[in-house]
Write a protein that binds this ligand. Sequence first.
Ligand code: FES
Length: 613
Amino acid sequence: MAYSVDFEPVGRRGPCPEGGTLLDAARSLGVDLASVCGGAGTCGRCKVQLIAGSLTDVTAGERHSLSERELSQGYRLACRAWPLGDCKLHVPPESLTALQRTQVEGLDVPVEVKPPVHSYLVQIDPPSLEDLRGDDQRILAALRTVHRIEAHIPDLAVMRDASPALRNSGWQARLTLRGREVVAITPPDAPWLGLAVDIGTTKIAGYLVDLATGQTLASRGAMNPQIAFGEDVIARLIYASKGPEEAAHMQELLAGALNTIAAEACAEIGADPSSIVEAVVVGNTAIHHLFLRLPVRQLSAAPYVPAVRAEVDVKARDLGLRLAPGAYAHLLPNIAGFVGADHVAMLLATRVAASAAEQRGAVLAIDIGTNTEMCLAAAGEMTSLSCASGPAFEGAHIKFGMRAAPGAIERVRIADGHVEYKTIADEPPVGLCGSGLLDAVAQMYDVGLLDKRGRLAHGPHVREGENGIEFVIAEEAQSGNGQAITVSQHDIRELQLAKGAIRCGIDTLLQNAGLTPGDLDQVIIAGAFGTYIDVASAITIGMLPDLPLERFSQVGNAAGTGARLALISRTMRHEAQQIANRVRYLELARAPGFMHNFAVAMYFSPRGNGPTS
Ligand code: FES
């Protein structure tokens, strides 16, 4: 018998799947519980509090992840607890993945608007007793006579909608052609729209674009719903590899999210998603493959090769997208198993390829995330690599870590012995997001509470906690959940690993090109996390090279901008393919000097320039 599970305050209630955990129940009821490890019981992010009912006994893993106090208050890990009857649970805000700050803005890059689709307004001869041609013949004849174009309509789905639409619109229509193929027949006054989407591991950004002007008319951000299956892509690849049903489910989650984004963005401008006649989608190689339902097993095992590296054009409806019936979705090319179409889009938007071609000094472009991709353009060459920086910046494995949601501490300063902080939406603090953690550690280092190896010393605001020494940012009385918000020695180690991986990637790329950090003329930081970090803090702990601040630029969601450019410009699509062909992929772990660089990059070094300085 299935037990009923009630999640509060989200207000979702329903049966727990047979033999399922509370996490399974949350997934089936659409409760966006954070689950960084995909339900393996190791990340500690899926905390819920039992209010009524009974659950299986607390496991050893839960005793390790939860404090005595949390256990005494009924906190459990949803992925390690099975209901023994109907139960009611409280979901604390920091365990939810929803309501986060998503990022849709980005660069504005001027480009000539020349999309791969063309629009023709036509007046079509209506049928009569003297003119018994089929509707398809009339449409093609109108194109031939007025626009001198020989087109065809190979797609039945287009004709299915066309006949009633033509009669409703008085035989006037806007015909959208992609090459010679008629892909949409819409009313002449309907908007002519394209959709550009950047599917991130965590967040999705969608842009509705006027294909005639290239202007972005509406944009939407949403969480990637696959998060319920693991915040790290490897957990999702493993899940999708289980069988065709699981692979289909992962694909459908993305298609559903894109349809919601398209519908909401269209509603904002009073349009219908059937006016979207072309889409461009970018994502990392794993996301790209999951979205196209390509085999993914080979992506999670050496030598990590993509099934498809080239650009892809596919009918959007075959991916479950509800746009114009004949619309295509275009996916930019991948570079390698861990450097995908989103990196290509980022390079397109930041014009790094143009810098390389014109040999405009040394430029480093870096997109910080769970996987950090970076590209060095120098002396006409472009080299990219990916490093596993881990989900610490997303709050995973950090005691009070959370994503950038209301109540997350995003800035920390220690001034005159006082700890000052700022939270998102100015709500009482309930946790720390990546930029807050970075600031806190940099400040601890600056005031001498941390040594180079990352050891936390006793001093002001440092106390013995349940699990060892910890730095207190907000006391119990100030916090929004009755718990002091602290940074533990373990949290510092997690950040150290993340920053070590990033700095190791930077130094390895530079050494590979025979350069030192001081040779960098420009450092472009893209992506949501990179937008909000304090670059000075990142320099303080040695995550970024010590360069004058004016050499850094934080450009927002450049991958989303790249997707928009590829949507409105055939030239940009061509350039994207050239970038993918041209970029040399460097396998970090096999690069000379990797082990040494990683060891050195792990140090917190004041204005540290790593091993090459
Ligand atoms: Fe439950 Fe990670 S510990 S999902």
